[in-house]
Ligand binder design. Structure first.
Ligand code: WT7
Length: 657
């Protein structure tokens, strides 16, 4: 971030006061900050009390062995019971839990809490019949259909940690996750709908399972449970594969749920880090459910008659925390949509279902901004009362457009900062308290310790930038990286050992009022459309291609996606000039290795890469090229002429999709 940008930020003068009626009736008011400050643990204990526990906890927080936290120690709880059964028991069985909207136009389903309870119980019985026991891992690779929610909750009910793999990831990515967490059952579907056409999922599962086979030819995956969604042809292994409509539909709807220890693993969610190997973020039960359900009620000011819609895919943490666990634990009515953002379709859904709370990502907002306000202006969106944003910094212009055009200039916008690791929203305005400031996530929520510090861990003064840290443990915090306690300590807790801060990997700035502005990642992690991708992971994918000798990947600013993947590759001598289709060939290769989301926007075949004398690639210089800037200081390069060779290649290798 340049000095120029930093000083521009503090000149944001626009403020949006909370609507008076919302402020008067807000779930969380100003006093919460002081209350949480005076006794943080009591504050989180109150939040946990909103849930139904089997055995109540003896201790709110055990932080005697940092960074390994235990929350609500001694308590027992079942996440599925909290998300489903307790609403039915309270007499709300007829309330709609999910208004599901399929991608093909007339395909919709409304699912009540009573129906959801039956489905989850049946699925739990079916999984038990397939040999799934408490503690076993289950991988889920599915489109946005109600069965994915049922599958997750059935796992939670049994205490079998799930790992949901985004349906856009490749067979290789799925295989590495199955292997890392040793999943013994995979739940999938024949396919899903993407942009109007059926696209297959089962073949990727078949391939992934084959890849996980050991020397004896046996995979650890014993069964694949398959939902029929598109009706397309599938290869079938009679011993291994089971249809959902046979196993689940015929199972009993009676299932007695066991209460699990508060620290029992709930799920593992893989995310990119600055090395190639994805990290398995482990979330446990009591603290995670407390953090997500409380913040969902707090930040979105959820009321009984709200219709809530989070557009995230269930394959990401936002889908876990703010589509499945948070809203369902709160007994909310929500919309779930199978498709991707398309002109007008979202606003049609807002109008049809009278959506009142809407949560999406800046990349989608910028896409709609580009298409013009005539499209949303054609719909009646007066039901909306609150808007949220997540995944990357929202530029002030996009914030103001969102507020005016989508929110009719009456809905507060909450810019929510958090991570896969934090599990719950950490930094955000409170809609009934905070005067919103376009572009700023404002400050830590009550009970959250967030600060911006310098290299020594000293809090920076207002008006300066530094590193974002979390200074206090919080209920939904990750407990470790699956199978790798050391990497957990090294990655998040080694930067400020004296203070014991959690280092988030983001740069941030405090403006003149002390409000926080997120400035993006400071490590080798990119943020493309609100999704984290590691530069190293994509470099490894490129280098695994037989024609590539070396690769460097940078995230370059992109108007729509925030950042875009730009790759610089050196070919092996044996590959000659790579042939006329080399760029397309390599882009497809990355798609196959990781998934379409990682496909480089641009690949430049270059003769050399800029390196320091110690051999470290200077990504900063490559970023200058990718962002069409004057190349910066080259004096630390081992060979200062390299950048001239690279710049000669500029303009080649751009791609359209
Ligand atoms: C990274 C976490 C949290 C769910 C989606 C992404 C960036 C997230 C914001 C925001 C600025 C944001 C950060 C963070 N980020 N929200 N409101 N303002 N940046 O989860 O894949 O774990 O990525 O996303 O850089 O570290 P994730």
């Amino acid at each position: 971030m340049s000095e120029q940008t930093l000083s521009n930020l503090s000149r944001e003068e626009r403020r949006f006061e909370p609507p008076a009626d919302l402020a008067a009736d807000a779930n969380v008011k100003e006093e919460a900050y002081a209350r949480a400050d005076s006794d943080r643990e009591a504050f989180w204990a109150d939040a946990a009390d909103r849930l139904d526990w089997g055995q109540k906890w003896d201790q709110v927080l055990d932080w005697s062995n940092p960074p390994f936290a235990k929350w609500f120690v001694g308590g027992t709880i079942n996440a599925a019971v909290n998300c489903v059964d307790r609403h039915v028991d309270a007499g709300n069985g007829d309330k709609v839990a999910i208004h599901w909207v399929g991608e093909p136009d007339d395909d919709t389903r409304d699912i009540t809490y009573a129906q959801l309870k039956d489905e989850v119980s049946k699925a739990a019985n079916a999984l038990t019949d397939l040999g799934v026991k408490k503690g076993d891992r289950v991988a889920i690779y599915m489109p946005m259909i109600p069965e994915v929610v049922v599958a997750m909750l059935a796992c939670a009910r049994l205490g079998a940690p799930h790992t949901v793999v985004f349906g856009g990831f490749s067979a290789d990515a799925l295989a590495s996750r199955i292997t890392d967490c040793d999943a013994k059952v995979v739940i999938t579907s024949d396919g899903g709908y993407r942009r109007g056409a059926a696209s297959a999922l089962k073949p990727a599962v078949d391939e992934a399972v084959e890849k996980t086979a050991g020397p004896d030819g046996q995979s650890q995956v014993r069964h694949v449970l398959v939902v029929r969604r598109t009706g397309q042809d599938v290869d079938w292994d009679d011993d291994r594969d089971v249809w959902w409509h046979e196993a689940v539909d015929n199972a009993s709807a009676d299932h007695e749920a066991e209460m699990h220890d508060s620290e029992h693993p709930l799920f593992v969610m893989y995310t990119s880090g600055s090395t190639g190997k994805p990290k398995g973020i482990l979330h446990t039960t009591g603290g995670y459910l407390t953090g997500t359900s409380f913040t969902h009620w707090e930040v979105f000011d959820l009321k009984d008659d709200d219709v809530y819609w989070c557009t995230a895919d269930v394959g990401w943490i936002t889908g876990h925390s703010y589509m499945v666990y948070g809203p369902l634990a709160n007994g909310a009515t929500q919309v779930m949509y199978e498709g991707t953002p398309e002109k007008g379709r979202w606003w049609q859904i807002v109008q049809d279902y009278q959506v009142s709370i809407f949560y999406t990502a800046p990349t989608a907002i910028r896409t709609f901004m580009k298409q013009g306000r005539e499209i949303p202006d054609g719909y009646d969106m007066s039901s909306l009362r609150l808007l949220g944003s997540v995944g990357e910094p929202i530029n002030p212009e996009a914030y103001v457009w969102y507020r005016e055009v989508i929110g009719g200039d009456r809905c507060p916008v909450v810019d929510t900062w958090w991570q896969t690791e934090t599990g719950q929203i950490m930094i955000s305005p409170l809609p009934g308290v905070t005067a919103g400031k376009p572009g700023s996530a404002m400050k830590g929520l009550p009970g959250v310790g967030a600060d911006v510090v310098d290299d020594d861990g000293q809090s920076v003064p207002d008006g300066s930038g530094g590193y974002l840290v979390l200074t206090q443990p919080w209920p939904a915090m990750l407990r470790t990286l699956w199978g790798d306690d050391q990497r957990f300590k090294d990655t998040y807790w080694s930067r400020y050992p004296k203070q014991g801060f959690y280092f988030a990997g983001d740069g941030a700035k405090k403006d003149e009022d002390g409000d926080l502005w997120m400035l993006g990642r400071v490590d080798d992690v990119m943020n493309v459309s609100g999704h984290r991708l590691s530069t190293t992971e994509i470099e490894s994918a490129l280098v695994s291609h037989p024609k590539v000798a070396e690769a460097a990947v940078v995230g370059a600013a992109d108007e729509t996606t925030g950042q875009a993947v730009c790759a610089f590759v050196i070919l092996r001598e044996s590959a000659g000039d790579g042939g006329p289709d080399i760029v397309e060939e390599l882009r497809k290769h990355v798609q196959k290795e990781i998934g379409a989301i990682a496909k480089p926007r641009q690949i430049m075949v270059v003769p050399e890469l800029p390196k320091t004398r110690s051999g470290k690639i200077m990504r900063r210089l490559l970023k200058d090229v990718a962002e069409h800037r004057e190349v910066g200081d080259v004096t630390t390069l081992a060979d200062s002429t390299v950048m001239d060779l690279i710049k000669d290649k500029e303009g080649s290798g751009a791609a359209e999709d």
